[in-house]
Design a protein around this ligand. Structure first.
Ligand SMILES: NC(=O)c1ccc[n+]([C@@H]2O[C@H](COP(=O)([O-])OP(=O)(O)OC[C@H]3O[C@@H](n4cnc5c(N)ncnc54)[C@H](OP(=O)(O)O)[C@@H]3O)[C@@H](O)[C@H]2O)c1
Length: 337
């Protein structure tokens, strides 16, 4: 790996008192991140995933490494906004110092999330945008503490460059986008990760938010690909394939290295190297458009969720949009007003 010298065992400072949240901590790069963080004694690590058996193994490994570190698994499917918000209800900490948005998929088959979004975009961006929104009050409160250094780290990929020509095809995000090959759909979701990190940094400068490429690592994401795609990865990264633990280095660097060395909102390649952008990944207008789109989708979802729970909310989205969202949840019994 090029970039700055980084050895997590030596270079991560003492994390005493810090609360850390890692999405997709049950395997691969996320698991590597959880285990490395644990060695530096944070107060509490929350991590998500769908596989509770793998989660128990991670908790056992953390306990063996660092018995004083509290670990909580929050079961969560990012392809379902209801599941993501349910998981966050179980997050009870008063503070949150480091949020690593790591969970991700590349779906070779065109598909939709439970809420009807293109599956890579819905899982890699929208599900995460919801948890960021729900955790923001705690992150912002923590940022007010004396000596606070709050970080959001969002895993993107160098593959963002494969996005559709226009960047993000907003009008097709509630379709499977089957006219594109899967690399393009993945690229679109990973471009969204870069743009969203930049926009978060613009809107909340008191938090350090970056996106990054972890390097190409031999994780389940690669192992579960079709033979042709797997070999494509192996051949194009010959001699450079990282272990899942090494794949966590850039995330760990972004989450813990000296804040003065990090440019808020930037995209990094491994390790700690400012990444090269293309026109779309550097487009502040596109980032704002993605922010507005995301807010609109989440507000409409939020309205429906409150209906499920019988809570009346004041909602800023249009009646037409609420109605469309409401229709996609046929079991609600609330009225649209
Ligand atoms: N590996 C690489 O070469 C590479 C390259 C560039 C970028 N990345 C990025 O790095 C991140 C981590 O990837 P990885 O290689 O470590 O993959 P991985 O080994 O497949 O791990 C993915 C993690 O995400 C979780 N996850 C997947 N789908 C989920 C869903 N629908 N809901 C909730 N959790 C879900 C998995 O948990 P469960 O299995 O428990 O659900 C797992 O913990 C991803 O964002 C990926 O895009 C990886």
């Amino acid at each position: 790996m090029k970039g700055v010298p980084f050895n997590p065992d030596k270079d991560i400072p003492d994390l005493s008192g810090k609360v850390i949240f890692v999405t997709g901590g049950t395997s691969g790069i996320g698991k590597g991140s959880v285990l490395s963080f644990a060695k530096h004694k944070p107060a509490h690590i929350y991590f998500t995933g769908r596989n509770s058996k793998s989660a128990t193994e991670v908790i056992n490994e953390v306990t063996a490494l660092a018995p004083d570190v509290q670990t909580t698994f929050l079961e969560c499917d990012f392809a379902s906004l209801a599941s993501a918000s349910k998981a966050i209800k179980r997050f009870t900490s008063e503070r949150l110092d480091i949020l690593v948005c790591n969970a991700g998929i590349i779906s070779e088959k065109p598909a939709l999330t439970k809420d009807g979004y293109e599956i890579d975009f819905g899982t890699n961006h929208l599900g995460h945008a919801l948890i960021i929104k729900l955790l923001l009050p705690t992150l912002l409160r923590t940022a007010e503490y004396h000596d606070a250094d709050v970080r959001i780290v969002i895993l993107s990929s160098q593959g963002f460059r494969l996005h559709p020509k226009s960047g993000i095809v907003f009008k097709e995000l509630q379709t499977t986008q089957e006219d594109y090959i899967h690399w393009v759909r993945y690229g679109q979701s990973k471009l969204a990760n870069i743009l969203y990190a930049a926009e978060l940094a613009r809107r909340y400068p008191q938090i350090t938010t970056v996106s990054l490429h972890p390097g190409v690592a031999g994780t389940n994401m690669v192992a579960n690909m079709s033979t042709a795609n797997r070999w494509l990865i192996y051949v194009t990264s010959l001699g450079r394939l990282l272990t899942p633990e090494q794949g966590a280095y850039n995330s760990l660097w972004a989450a813990t290295s000296d804040k003065g060395k990090i440019v808020n909102g930037e995209y990094y390649e491994p390790v700690g190297k400012r990444g090269t952008h293309d026109k779309q990944s550097n487009d502040a207008k596109l980032a704002e458009e993605l922010w507005e789109y995301t807010e609109t989708q989440l507000s409409a979802y939020w309205y429906v969720l409150q209906c499920f729970e019988g809570i009346v909310v004041i909602d800023s989205t249009s009646k037409e949009h609420r109605l469309r969202t409401y229709m996609s949840y046929p079991h609600t019994s609330c009225s649209i007003n």
